[in-house]
Design a protein around this ligand. Sequence first.
Ligand SMILES: Nc1ncnc2c1ncn2[C@@H]1O[C@H](COP(=O)(O)OP(=O)(O)OP(=O)(O)O)[C@@H](O)[C@H]1O
Ligand SMILES: [Mg+2]
Length: 497
Amino acid sequence: MKTRHKFTTYLLIVILPLIILSFIYWRHLDKSIQKERQEQAEWAGSVYRDYIDQVIGETKKKLELLSLSSSVLYMDDNRTEHLMKWIMDTDPRYAGVYWINMDGVSLSGTNKEFYHYYLIEQADINRAIITQRAVVAKGKALNNSGINHFSIFAPILDHEKRAHGFLLAQIRLDHMEKILNILIPDQTLKLKTSDNIRVLGMNETISRHSEWVDVPLSEVDWTLSVKKPDTLNTNNMNVFLMFVFFTFFFTHMIYTAVEELNVRREEKKQKVLIERQKIDFVGTLAASTAHEIKNPLTGIKGLIQLLVEKHPEEQDQFYYAVIMKEIDRINSIVSEFLILGKPMARDLSIYDVRSIIAELRPIIESEARYFNMEVTWHIVKEPIWVQCTKDQFKQIILNTAKNGFEAMKDGEKLSIRIYNEKDHAKIDIIDIGQGLNEKEIGKVFDPFYTSKKEGTGLGLFVCKRIIESFNGTIQLASKPLIGTTVTISLPLVTKHP
Ligand SMILES: Nc1ncnc2c1ncn2[C@@H]1O[C@H](COP(=O)(O)OP(=O)(O)OP(=O)(O)O)[C@@H](O)[C@H]1O
Ligand SMILES: [Mg+2]
């Protein structure tokens, strides 16, 4: 049973929170990893896009400028060819530069092998004529030198803005790939036209669409797709493992603390149980012994009474008086023993505390006079209804007041306060006697604990037993050389006569 309880506690405090917290943290970590992957791919995409856009943009400008100069300056074939060669030689990005007629056929260029070849399609020609700007030809092509490329061409316009030919540059895809790889190595990417024709691909693998980030180009309606990096950062894994470890550590610490508390609570329970058993045992034993003592004691007392009458001499009377006093002392001790054995609080009634105190007041005051002390009373005006047994209640007040007198010196004052606080009646018995230290306070309610020569050590023990049978409490607060306050607390009764 105990192991089962322990296992349940362990499950609730350590295992379940560990699983739940780890799961939540993992989700959080996974989200940030996905975000990081997305951002990395977006960043790579923007770097690649900028480069490709730059190449296309620059080429367009160059071609447009060259077309313009050839028409404005009326450059002849030779000079234009010379310029095309110069562009080709100074820029490694190009596979070739050509002059093309209105049908898309090359007239001259940097590679004679491609003279009289159809280098651009009619649809592309129409686009360039309409826009009168340089355009990117659809799709990639392979020229005779085996170099993959795509083409950009610009119309050569006359004074009436009519196209009468084109200048075309072929962009080397292998060179572009090389540069992209230098910019960010080992990145997977693909470049596709709007018709989904693949222009360029690097380190391509088959993977889900969600694994790619699309970046549109600005210079042409092509799309660059960059794959998100698929390596899980080992750092993240370490962070996760650290989190699991610390969570385990903390939950385990909480578990240990809870277990410790449980053990302490169990010990306390056990202590109370043993105490109760001890009290019951002492009570039964004391009561049965007391009963046996009381009977012969009554007999002895009767006989002494006879002897008192029979021997009137002063000396004898003195002896009898001493014997009687001792018998009375035995009687009072035995009476307290009897209380211990009685089942408590059998005949409870409802009383106004003030009425019981009124009956008790003369007795306490005569006791005070006997000790050569005073009592001051502070009693509220309203009735305070409680449920108790009158005689036993009186005994509690008497016992505690007597303790107060016994603790003080001649002429000192005992205060008794009777009031109600929230739903409880309170009686404070306050003395300014020698007081008690912490260790002594811990023992005052133990049976037979006494510091007095003639004390039984049962007074407070009996008080506690009685008051608990009324569902009340008794507490003692004390400071050495300052004094002691005993506080008795009883639940108030709302329904009263
Ligand atoms: N008001 C008090 N001031 C100082 N010590 C006290 C006070 N009340 C109780 N004590 C201490 O607690 C002990 C136990 O008190 P308790 O009333 O149970 O027994 P007792 O007074 O010694 O004996 P009995 O009540 O039989 O005369 C006392 O011996 C005393 O040391
Ligand atoms: Mg006492």
